[in-house]
Write a protein that binds this ligand. Structure first.
Ligand code: HEM
Length: 600
């Protein structure tokens, strides 16, 4: 641990920046000294009431001047290249402070991406610069830019990995050891675990899907709506903990939440949070904190001046993971294994991902292992759970789509057989339902890219200054009518099957990026499709209809009434999509489901 990392984020930020902030300070301080050293007789005398405020102002002043200077340099560089800079949002307060405040407020209370959408429309550009605190905050929904960045990432990755500052904001949760020298996840080691049709994965999915459906039936038969999001989180947590380290946290066995409007009086001993729930909540809280940090931009440490907000929840998370890691490391020691033996791409029968990583990372610190495991868990667990939740929400809103999906399930797999990889591969409509869900609600909302874009032929290309990292919103890109057609905001899985597929997606595959592209493409993509498909097949073998249950939602978790007058999806949405690292439905998703009569 170095000196900086031992300080709370705010302190460490100030210490790291104090010198660069204040190159003017020595000049100003000279005046102060001059004041104090009257005895020198030097003629330049500045009164203390002038020199003191000047001294205090020197730090922010130098900060602003440095940034304005950089802007001048960038403008000149752009002109030299025959390019222009991204159009800047014009706020009312210095440093676009009002824009930052509005962005944070609307991220908290509004519909995802609505502020960016409005500014994009106002500036008539799909790439814009919020220029918050005199610093570039460039944002894009342009597939051409993202595509360019893919090529860039493939060839010149070192310069374009997620910025150091971004890494710093996530480090206290995701750790720093997950990236290898190229800034890439250790893919070769984990790749064999994500192969398309590992039978052991299907065994895991089946056990947990059955447990989930049994618990759902119990609760629904007792007359209570269920929180599908909570159920999906439990299903993916139990599956992930078993898949990753053969240590199923058994969250499906813990008590389920009751609907807000009809909770029975519970025995207080049942109200104690189980280990699974504490772990799950702490993980969500940590993700929430790092999402808040990313919204604040570079200055987020100033809000954590005396305390790292992720410290407490991460203590709970680590308290669960570390004993499992210790056990795995001890096992390796007991077996006298030295690590780095054999081929890291070969997996022994029955070996868990943790056992495999332990075998091949012997020289590294256990923290690296913990970070890897936690990263895979966060990357794989919430994403899949929330995509399933969004699918159930959309199917509840579109019963005809559900009827068509069920008939495909019954045609291919029948009412009770366990689905296999070949079934999943052939079920086109099921895949289209998942893709359409991922198009409207790509759960990994916004990722970073750096690009040299040059899209509209009538305009000069936009110059992106070196090493600028640009968040791009897949969420907004997936809803652009110029890319997907006039019905882009509608849920219609057929668009992945009918003529619209060839018209829009086939010629321009970069318009659909729920799993990202290039070197950062999600390694768990096939695993996720398998897990989600498996669960939906099992679910709709057992149930035939879904109805949203808004009355069971906790207060203030449904879309605010004023949304209904908004245009687009905001006006029709009946759940409130929010995001921390990934998207989720505020207050869960309360539904009633009817058991299928056609089960054998
Ligand atoms: C619907 C489900 C999923 C979606 C939408 C999704 C999406 C994504 C996206 C967009 C990224 C790139 C993030 C970035 O560029 O920073 C990513 C990375 C990643 N995903 Fe997924 N993912 C899903 C499921 C899974 C599953 C099930 C696993 C593993 C079991 C997984 C493992 C990973 C890992 C390890 C990375 C990091 C790769 C790297 O940094 O190079 N994902 N995922």
């Amino acid at each position: 641990m170095n000196f900086f990392s031992s300080l709370p984020p705010g302190m460490s930020y100030l210490v790291a920046n104090i010198f660069s902030f204040s190159f003017l300070a020595p000049v100003v301080v000279t005046f102060v000294i001059d004041d104090l050293l009257v005895a020198t007789g030097f003629s330049l005398r500045v009164p203390i009431w002038v020199s003191t405020p000047l001294c205090l102002a020197s730090a922010p002043l130098s900060f602003i001047l440095r940034r304005l200077w950089k802007k001048c340099m960038d403008t000149r560089a752009a002109a030299k290249l025959g390019a222009r800079l991204a159009p800047v949002i014009k706020g009312k307060l210095p440093g676009n402070l009002d824009i930052m405040i509005e962005f944070v407020a609307r991220s908290r209370d509004g519909y995802p991406g609505e502020a960016q959408m409005q500014w994009t429309e106002e500036l008539g550009s799909n790439t814009i610069n919020a220029w918050v605190l005199w610093e570039d905050c460039i944002f894009t929904t342009e597939p051409e830019h993202i595509k360019a960045s893919g090529a860039m990432l493939a060839t010149d990755f070192q310069n374009f990995i997620k910025g150091d500052r971004f890494k710093y904001s996530i480090e206290s949760v995701l750790g720093s050891g997950v990236f290898n020298a190229d800034g890439l996840f250790h893919r070769s080691m984990t790749r064999p675990f994500f192969s398309r049709d590992r039978i052991s994965h299907f065994d895991i999915f089946d056990r947990h899907a059955e447990a989930a459906i049994t618990r759902m039936k119990e609760r629904l038969n007792a007359g209570y709506a269920i929180d599908f999001q909570d159920l999906a989180y439990r299903f993916t947590l139990d599956s992930a903990t078993e898949f990753l380290f053969d240590n199923d946290v058994c969250s499906l066995a813990s008590p389920f939440p009751y609907p807000h409007n009809s909770a029975p009086t519970l025995d207080p001993s049942n109200l104690r949070l189980s280990q699974a729930e504490r772990f799950s909540r702490a993980l969500a809280e940590s993700q929430h904190i790092i999402a808040e940090r990313s919204r604040m931009g570079d200055v987020w440490p100033l809000l954590e001046m005396f305390k790292d907000k992720t410290k407490e929840p991460m203590a709970v998370v680590n308290g669960y993971i570390e004993p499992i890691l210790r056990e795995a490391l001890e096992k390796r020691r007991d077996r006298g294994m030295d690590g780095k033996e054999g081929n890291e791409e070969e997996v022994e029968e029955g070996e868990t991902l943790l056992e495999h990583l332990v075998k091949f990372t012997s020289s590294t610190h256990p923290v690296v292992l913990r970070d890897q495991i936690l990263n895979i868990m966060i990357a794989g667990r919430d994403t899949t759970a929330v995509t399933l939740t969004c699918a159930i929400y959309l199917l509840a809103m579109h019963p005809l789509v559900l009827t068509k999906l069920r008939s495909e399930i019954l045609d291919y797999v029948g009412p009770s057989r366990r689905p296999m990889f070949d079934d999943i591969r052939e079920m086109r409509y099921l895949r289209a339902v998942l893709n359409e869900t991922l198009r409207l609600f790509p759960v990994v909302e916004s990722v970073n890219a750096t690009t040299f874009p040059s899209s509209d032929p009538t305009l000069k290309p936009i110059h992106i200054p070196a090493k600028t990292s640009i968040p791009y919103s897949v969420f907004l890109m997936h809803r652009r009518t110029d890319l997907w057609g006039p019905d882009a905001e509608e849920f219609d899985p057929e668009r992945f099957i009918d003529t619209r597929l060839k018209k829009y997606l086939t010629p321009n595959p970069f318009i659909f990026l729920p799993f990202n592209a290039g070197p950062r493409i999600c390694p768990g993509q096939q695993f996720a499709y398998n897990e989600m498909s498996f669960f939906l097949i099992r679910l709709f073998q057992a149930f035939s209809s879904i109805a949203l249950s808004p009355l069971s939602h906790p207060p203030d978790t449904l879309p605010p009434p004023d949304w209904s007058s908004a245009k687009g999806r905001k006006g029709i949405e009946r759940f409130w999509p929010k995001s921390h690292l990934t998207m989720y439905s505020l207050g869960g998703l309360r539904v009633n489901m009817e058991e299928a009569k056609d089960v054998l």
